[in-house]
Design a binder for this molecule. Structure first.
Ligand SMILES: [Zn+2]
Ligand SMILES: [Zn+2]
Length: 305
């Protein structure tokens, strides 16, 4: 299996001279098996270019696509209406996400193409959409991919995914805050509230389940939006630092960590420094740390036994 990064930013797209090398598009990763089956993880603005590539590969023929959403914040869904295979009649698109009801997901995704926001309503898009609700801890299979959703700590909820195929495995852990200071029950109105004993136990179970799911995984793509000094100012925003990701990866015995969901404010020069600093920090812990950029393709190594 291999993965390719089509969008590596969090929050909003930041094209421009300061982000040319790491890229300005928001969250979207493609996983591909040796036999050429693909799944798409998150549908941020990076999905547009991926869609163009997939449409070229299909040479105009309708395909079947699977899109796993971590959650439905804008930076994870905004590419969906611009996914060109959706405009090829006969195309099937299955969208997997964490929501309380599948029809609600239909409404959320349909909502982004309401006439006020987009010229074509979802019902008029030629592709057939199928909405599938995922539940943390309940595995499912898509072709050769085995997928395990993992609960994460993010405003209004988010799921990560462990994805196994071809005897290799990787995990997508975005968006998430760490599991100590804030429990994101829904969304924040007034900032972080003190943790109750129930909150502490909910966070501990979430962390334990994540560690268990990451065991044996070769590569973990992790929401490392903040530097530590930024996180200290915004612990309630629902994102992590590379240091927090390293602690999780070390405990889970992960071989390689990929920094992802970069803050839109981080320029290429800042990203170079982050990449170098955390490559060294990771090496000291025996973890290879790579910093994702748009267009990066990584072969996924075998599962650790
Ligand atoms: Zn995000
Ligand atoms: Zn988010």
């Amino acid at each position: 299996m291999q993965i390719t990064f089509w969008g590596v930013r969090g929050s909003y797209p930041v094209p421009g001279a300061a982000t040319v090398r790491y890229g300005g598009q928001t969250s979207c990763v493609e996983a591909r098996t040796e036999s050429g089956e693909t799944i798409i993880v998150d549908a941020g603005t990076g999905m547009r270019q991926l869609g163009n590539k997939l449409a070229r590969e299909a040479a105009g023929a309708p395909g079947q696509y699977h899109v796993l959403l971590s959650h439905v914040h804008w930076d994870h869904i905004q590419g969906l209406p611009f996914f060109s295979p959706a405009y090829i009649p006969g195309t099937k698109i299955s969208v997997y996400a964490l929501l309380t009801a599948a029809d609600e997901l239909n409404q959320v995704i349909g909502g982004i193409t309401r006439h006020e926001f987009f010229p074509m309503p979802l019902e008029a898009v030629p592709a057939n959409f199928n909405f599938i609700q995922v539940e943390p801890g309940v595995d499912f299979v898509i072709g050769r991919f085995h997928v395990t959703p993992i609960a994460l700590n993010h405003p209004f909820g988010s799921v990560g995914y462990r994805i196994d195929a071809d005897g290799s495995s990787w995990a997508y852990v975005a968006d998430t805050a760490p599991f100590d200071k804030v429990l994101h029950k829904q969304h924040f109105l007034s900032g972080p509230e003190p943790l109750s004993p129930d909150d502490v136990s909910a966070l501990t179970s979430m962390r334990d389940a994540l560690l268990q799911r990451l065991k044996g995984v070769d590569t973990v793509v992790y929401d490392t939006h903040f530097l530590p000094e930024e996180y200290a100012r915004f612990p309630h925003y629902g994102h992590s630092t590379p240091d927090q990701a390293l602690v999780i990866c070390k405990e889970a015995g992960v071989r390689r960590l990929v920094l992802y969901h970069h803050a839109p404010s981080h320029t290429d020069d800042q990203m170079d420094k982050i990449a170098a600093d955390y490559l060294a920090k990771g090496a000291a812990l025996g973890i290879e740390v790579l910093t994702s950029f748009e267009g990066m393709t990584l072969p996924i190594g075998p599962e650790a036994k």
